[in-house]
Design a protein around this ligand. Structure first.
Ligand code: NAP
Length: 287
């Protein structure tokens, strides 16, 4: 049975992978959180790979606080770059397939249409720059790898835009949301399924791939769709703003083109609104 290691197991994507794992009984999964495997601890990562044998490692561990990364760049780089290097060199040494998750924030957003994998990168913030450095380490490591960039991840788990909107709306707070950026909200449950399909098939060339749901939206559109899908939030007022001050600069357009990933892995991403409705229908009334 193929053994798969998932790092960062308390995060939202890892928790979605744990849910998706039931559809992949041919794999044996090990989920490790930061206290069990801190990817920034080179000695610990080396010892772990020496003592265990895996077919694949899916790295979901990351420093994901885009705002905070501006004031503590060393922490962001330690996890998103050096931590990733620790995993990549060990995957290379022990011939483990590495699936590494990266971000739309490697782009500067000046392109008017969706980004393809070969477009020039130019991150605007520390988080994006640290993730790009992690990508570089993976590419240079010699490990068999897929780098999967995704965008605007949300799910029923953890801190994300969807849960934040639901929390505020549940408290009856009116909302003002920016129209300044356009991207694609991506259901982490769909990404989890796609990552496991990639491990299952491993049929395409190694390298960089984009995965997101289909279509595009502003954060305002995303919030609007969340409120619309919850009848109990119909009294909540949603206002637009064209400028929402933040520490970290963000790309104005970060829509990812996903054509490359579709055929080799038989992946057909859902439209973002359809996937959002599926998530709401599956958790509706349970939270
Ligand atoms: N969230 C988004 O909108 C988004 C968008 C594009 C790409 N991505 C990428 O998608 C991936 C999954 O993100 P996510 O939303 O699931 O993030 P998340 O919920 O923040 O999960 C990341 C997990 O990594 C853990 N972690 C942090 N430092 C670690 C370390 N040194 N060793 C081991 N684990 C560590 C975190 O633990 P603590 O919380 O205890 O630190 C957390 O449980 C990441 O690569 C992220 O960059 C995310």
């Amino acid at each position: 049975m193929r053994k798969i290691l998932i790092t960062g197991s308390n995060g939202q994507l890892a928790r979605c992978i744990a849910d998706a794992a039931v559809r992949f009984p041919q794999f044996a999964f090990t989920f490790l959180d930061k206290s069990e495997l801190d990817i920034t601890d080179a000695a610990a990562v080396g010892a772990y790979f020496r003592g265990n044998s895996y077919y694949a490692c899916i790295n979901t561990a990351a420093y994901t606080n885009v705002e905070k990364a501006e004031s503590e760049p060393e922490r962001a780089y330690a996890v998103n770059a050096e931590g990733v290097r620790n995993l990549a060199v060990n995957c290379a040494e022990y011939d483990v397939l590495l699936l590494h998750v990266s971000t739309d924030y490697v782009f500067d957003g000046r392109k008017k249409v969706s980004y393809v994998e070969t477009d020039a990168t130019n991150p605007l913030n520390v988080y994006g720059a640290s993730k790009l450095k992690g990508e570089k380490y993976v590419t240079e490591s010699g490990a068999r790898h897929y780098i999967v960039r995704t965008s605007w991840l949300y799910s029923q788990y953890g801190h994300n835009f969807y849960n934040t909107i639901v929390k505020h709306a549940s408290a009856g707070r009116d909302l003002t949301i920016t129209t300044e950026q356009t991207g694609t909200p991506t259901n982490a449950n769909d990404l989890a399924q796609a990552l496991l399909q990639i491990v299952q098939d491993e049929s395409a060339d190694y390298g960089v791939y984009h995965f997101s749901n289909e279509g595009s939206a502003t954060w305002y559109d995303f919030a609007n769709a969340i409120l619309d899908a919850h009848p109990q939030f119909k009294e909540v007022t949603l206002a637009k703003t064209s400028h929402y001050p933040t520490f970290a600069a963000r790309p104005k357009n970060s829509v990812l083109e996903t054509d490359k990933i579709k055929r080799p892995f038989k992946i057909a991403p859902l439209n973002w609104e359809e996937s959002l409705r599926m998530l709401i229908n599956s958790t509706y009334g349970k939270e």
